[in-house]
Design a protein around this ligand. Structure first.
Ligand SMILES: Cc1ncc(COP(=O)(O)O)c(C=O)c1O
Length: 392
């Protein structure tokens, strides 16, 4: 039985044309862009052109006096760590601010970075979400207001994800960023589940820093970016080189950046992609709901990304469902890839105030640009078999 891949929020297959462009790049033999000789300078020119086109595609400012900065990293985890740690430590050095605010539904890479900063003396506050999984802006306001005035206790950075990786629920980033900007507080968003899947405009969002990673939108694994507003300095995570203005030292790779650039370009050149994914997702979701009485879509009442379904089958354990689905050739997930090795319940579904039964029965199904109608039709037959087996 040919497996059907429905775990695109975890990672996506690389687009053949992205792989081809990268191979061409390796064959051309671009060398170290930091070298002073002509071959190095050639690589530098190519890299900087790619970098500024990526900034453009993400709605940042790529030229002139107010140029935004694209820091290339190894992916979303590193970008999130660099943003939160880099902005928090820079703010503390400048003003003494020592609090960090994150939402209750962040990816483990944000939560982990915040925990690390707690060990350096920062205080962490968490913003609640409502029952649909949307961040409560009143709670953010209360937490920002509490901090105003007392310098030692003021907020260094706020980080709220753009779309949740488990439910696909879209967060009110523009409003949250504005609230922070009015108070002169840094605002970062983890847009890993949004970039390359729907249109994202850095300038319109009004954020100070934005995380993304290529492998979530049919680019290569091992490369991502942190887009940073013009003029903002971050304290580095690693030291020992001058590349990327010392903020993220280490030899830059032209081929990886080419892959990232090409994957983003292919998203932009396929305006029908999002609507196609949504049509397939809606068909899958509606039919799944009709298969099991009592099944619920987590976050259904909120605005959601087109590629994600988070569904609970009350009375059916998620781990048993995952294994039975795998046995039937369905690759799905119980939540974020980084946590799925463990059998922990989802902190996202718990934060939404769901009942224990809903939490224990929740799985994630996610689609991508290569999901076909045939796969959805076949997967529905397989899901029906799995549910029948586990319900008896
Ligand atoms: C919302 C979110 N942030 C960050 C990451 C981490 O990205 P990467 O795998 O590139 O480190 C992921 C990956 O699952 C994610 O879904």
């Amino acid at each position: 039985m040919k497996p059907i891949y429905l775990d695109y929020n975890s990672t996506t297959p690389i687009s053949p044309t992205v792989a081809q462009k990268m191979a061409q790049c390796y064959q051309k033999g671009y060398l170290n862009p930091a070298s002073q000789h002509r071959l190095g300078q050639e690589a530098r020119l190519v890299l900087e052109k790619l970098r500024s086109e990526i900034i453009d595609m993400l709605g940042g400012i790529s030229s002139g006096m107010r140029t935004d900065r694209l820091i290339l990293t190894s992916g979303g985890t590193e970008s999130n760590n660099l943003a939160i740690s880099g902005l928090a430590r820079a703010a503390r050095e400048a003003t003494g601010a020592s609090r960090i605010i994150i939402s209750a539904i962040e990816h483990p890479s944000v939560i982990g970075a915040a925990h690390y900063l707690a060990s350096l003396g920062f205080e962490i506050d968490t913003i609640a979400v409502d029952s649909e999984g949307v961040c409560d802006l009143n709670d953010l306001k209360t937490k920002l207001d509490r901090a105003t005035g007392e310098q030692q206790n003021s907020v260094a950075v706020v980080s709220i994800m753009a779309a949740n990786n488990e439910t696909g629920v879209i967060q009110p980033i523009q409003s949250a960023a504005l609230m922070c900007r009015e108070k002169g507080i840094y605002f970062h968003t983890d847009a890993v589940q949004m970039v390359g899947k729907t249109d994202v405009n850095f300038s319109t969002l009004g954020v100070d820093a934005l995380t993304f990673t290529a492998h979530k939108f049919h680019g290569p694994r091992g490369v991502g970016g942190l887009l940073v507003r013009n003029g903002i300095e971050l304290t580095p995570l690693i030291y020992g080189g001058f590349q990327q203005m010392g903020t993220r030292p280490g030899t830059e790779d032209v081929a990886l950046c080419t892959g990232l650039h090409q994957a983003l370009l292919e998203y932009q050149q396929s305006p029908e992609r999002e609507a196609t994914v949504k049509r397939l997702r809606d068909q899958l979701e509606t039919t799944l709901l009709s298969m099991a009485p009592g099944a619920v879509i987590n976050g259904q009442g909120a605005s959601r990304m087109a590629h994600t379904i988070n569904i609970s089958f009350p009375g059916i354990n998620r781990q048993a469902l995952l294994l039975a689905a795998d046995f039937n050739g369905l690759a799905i997930s119980t939540g974020s890839a980084c946590a799925s090795g463990s059998s922990d319940s989802s902190h996202v579904i718990i934060a939404m105030g769901a009942s224990e039964e809903v939490v224990e029965g929740s799985i994630r199904i996610s689609l991508g640009a290569t999901t076909s109608q045939q796969e959805i039709d076949d997967s529905l037959t397989r899901f029906q078999q799995v549910i029948n087996r586990l319900s008896t």
